[in-house]
Design a protein. Structure first.
Length: 247
């Protein structure tokens, strides 16, 4: 029996900088190569969606102006259903601006306080200097630690509360705030970070981890994702990680 997953792409016209749409493409392709149908549903301002029917959600990065345009809709229209789905282990990947808006608030460089959904125990304050460059984060999402690689470009400094775990430890780059070496946050099946690039094409291990979590949530905890070759992706990832760690 072919499996089907449903992915909600939050505000794709407002929140899509630095190639973040590539994360949705990576999820779709690695699903299709396994015979898994991924139904992608764009969620735009004013749309009504039944979050109980959604298995995965992607929330990309955007400019401060883009965040300001959608934050009201996010909280008022999507908030109740999305919060409940996250508490029921919906699999979510949020990058940069999307990550910030899943937290308590984002204080912009102009002093505007944008309220967030509050599902992640983090808050973000804009800094005067942008944090730009390649980034490597050591994560522990399986039996062995491995490295995520990406590109960060943000002025927001995100600080963690006790209600989230760090996605990983920053080996190269700034991370969430440039101070504590925390790179991203995890709550239940929700993952937020500042890694553009796009993130998932560069890191097939994370792509497969998200797909497997969604399939287990939909089809049962014993589901094992069939292996899929990723030699070229992993070779490119390894070369980039080694280059950054040894420079």
């Amino acid at each position: 029996m072919n499996q089907t997953l449903r992915l909600a792409h939050l505000y794709p016209e407002h929140m899509n900088v630095y190639g973040d749409r590539g994360n949705v493409i990576a999820l779709r392709q690695r699903c299709q190569r396994r015979g898994i149908n991924l139904d992608i549903v764009p969620v735009n301002p004013g749309d009504i969606i039944d979050w109980q029917t959604v298995d995965l959600a992607f929330f990309g990065g955007g400019q401060d102006s883009g965040q300001a345009l959608i934050t009201g809709d996010l909280i008022e229209r999507q908030g109740p259903g999305l919060r409940a789905a996250i508490e029921a282990d919906l699999v979510v990947l949020a990058i940069c601006g999307g990550y910030q808006l899943l937290g308590h608030y984002f204080l912009t460089h102009t002093g505007e306080r944008l309220p967030g959904l509050g599902v992640l125990d983090v808050h973000t304050i804009a800094g005067k200097q942008r944090m730009i460059g390649n980034i490597v984060i050591e994560v522990h999402l399986g039996a062995e630690p491995w490295q995520l690689v990406g590109f960060e470009n943000h002025s927001g400094r995100t600080f963690h509360g006790s209600g989230v775990k760090s996605l990983g430890r920053v080996l190269v780059g700034y991370g969430d705030n440039g101070q504590d070496r925390k790179g991203g946050a995890v709550y239940r099946n929700t993952f937020g970070c500042y890694l553009h690039g796009a993130l998932l094409p560069k890191n097939p291990q994370l792509t497969d981890h998200l797909i497997e979590l969604a399939l287990r949530r939909r089809y049962g905890s014993q589901y094992v994702l069939p292996p899929l070759p990723a030699e070229r992706e992993l070779a490119a990832q390894c070369a980039m990680v080694q280059r950054l760690l040894t420079r």
